[in-house]
Design a protein around this ligand. Structure first.
Ligand SMILES: NC(=O)c1ccc[n+]([C@@H]2O[C@H](COP(=O)([O-])OP(=O)(O)OC[C@H]3O[C@@H](n4cnc5c(N)ncnc54)[C@H](O)[C@@H]3O)[C@@H](O)[C@H]2O)c1
Length: 368
């Protein structure tokens, strides 16, 4: 059933969004254009954004205080796109209030905080989903189909990275506080690559990690992105890493190499996942000089004994709209306890293990 078919015979879901920064606006746009949803309330600390976004989308409920929104707006679903340390308390509160929740990545600042979110979703019988929007790229979904069809055989090794030249977000805001963000580049953008890699590899369990973190650039006030966040600059010190690398061991012997940076002396930003399988290899990558950006999906294999390169057809990038549509589908069709954020919790625990490993200077085992 398509979204348009549904409007005819299904009551619309009442949706709200907490957080009006870049991320929150992606959720607002997605709900505002979905005919199966009424976007009735938004919450954020910036009065000018409440007014501007409220007027733009005809949203009557504009709440500086999200608790009042949860109590008064009669919502069915809510998106949470606030600073990371607020994800767990806001999600728990919304689930307890009987709402289904779509929360931004990273799930929470620690695995422990993420576990409270999953436990509450289980207990309340509501859907908890995490917005890993980069999975919705056309090249990533095309590569997932190649993997699922067995085109690469058994994947035993992968390499992934998101490397920025000058892209520290929100200098002086919650983004660079250890307690508020939980970490730096690894927590912020490395988590997308971890998610994408494990998703493409068929969700293998990670058994151990060895990681290192570095901060040679940010603490000197350099490497900041020109992109402005919504949060006010409060001169928060730079307490997190601007570069991280990690080696992950999987159940069954597979391995994954992950590197990520907010700032690094490289010619231009690069993002990639490379998979190595028994029957083929594949790489999805994008980035480059903004004047000549590249975006490639390649698959290398053999056809009738001859080396061959395949170029799968690539569809549109689904972006946040697809992440929101997936969430709404889970709300409509899922059974209680079926969608409670378990995959995202695994990512949060892997990140915990990476930071513990970096601190200890040795490999850290994960409980399966
Ligand atoms: N999926 C993605 O591609 C993506 C991209 C950017 C950010 N994010 C994630 O989204 C989250 C927000 O990031 P951002 O860049 O939009 O941040 P931001 O700092 O620009 O915006 C945060 C918003 O949260 C609001 N907020 C803070 N405390 C609040 C409270 N008590 N009640 C109501 N609103 C409150 C602020 O008013 C602001 O509108 C982060 O977890 C970040 O990691 C995801």
């Amino acid at each position: 059933m398509t979204a348009t078919d549904r409007t005819a015979d299904t009551p619309k879901l009442r949706a709200g969004v907490i957080g009006l920064g870049w991320a929150g606006r992606q959720h607002i746009d997605a709900y505002a254009t979905d005919p199966t949803v009424d976007l009735v309330a938004i919450s954020g600390k910036e009065q000018h954004l409440l007014d501007q976004l409220g007027d733009q989308h005809g949203i009557e409920g504009r709440y500086p205080d999200y608790t009042t929104m949860l109590a008064e707006a009669h919502l069915d679903v809510v998106s949470i796109a606030t600073p990371t340390f607020l994800h767990a308390p806001m999600t728990v509160q919304a689930l307890e209030a009987g709402l289904h929740v779509l929360c931004e990545k990273p799930m929470a600042e620690t695995g422990q905080a993420a576990a409270t979110m999953v436990e509450t979703a289980r207990r309340t019988g509501k859907v908890l989903d995490i917005a890993f929007n980069h999975r919705q790229r056309g090249d990533v979904t095309a590569l997932r189909e190649v993997v699922e069809s067995g085109g690469l055989g058994e994947i035993y090794y992968a390499k992934t990275g998101w490397l920025r030249r000058k892209g520290i977000p929100g200098m002086g805001t919650w983004f660079t506080s250890a307690a508020s963000a939980g970490g730096g580049a690894l927590m912020d953008i490395g988590v997308h690559m971890l998610d994408m890699s494990l998703h493409l590899m068929g969700e293998p369990k990670v058994t151990a990690v060895s990681a290192a973190t570095h901060a040679p650039v940010g603490p000197r006030g350099r490497g900041g992105s020109s992109f402005q966040t919504s949060s006010a600059v409060e001169d928060v010190p730079f307490e997190v890493e601007d570069l991280a690398s990690a080696f992950l061991r999987m159940e069954g012997g597979g391995t994954l190499l992950l590197e990520t940076s907010w700032a690094q002396w490289i010619p231009y930003d690069q993002v990639y996942v490379t998979l190595y399988g028994s029957e083929g290899g594949a790489s999805v990558e994008w980035g480059g000089d903004p004047r000549h950006p590249y975006q490639r999906l390649n698959v290398w294999t053999e056809v009738q004994g001859l080396p061959a390169e395949l170029r799968p057809e690539v569809g549109e990038h689904g972006k946040h709209a697809a992440a929101v549509a997936n969430f709404l589908e889970k709300v409509r069709t899922g059974e209680p306890g079926q969608h409670v954020g378990v995959e995202a919790l695994r990512r949060a625990r892997i990140l915990d293990a990476c930071y513990a490993s970096a601190k200890q200077g040795g490999e850290v085992a994960l409980e399966l």
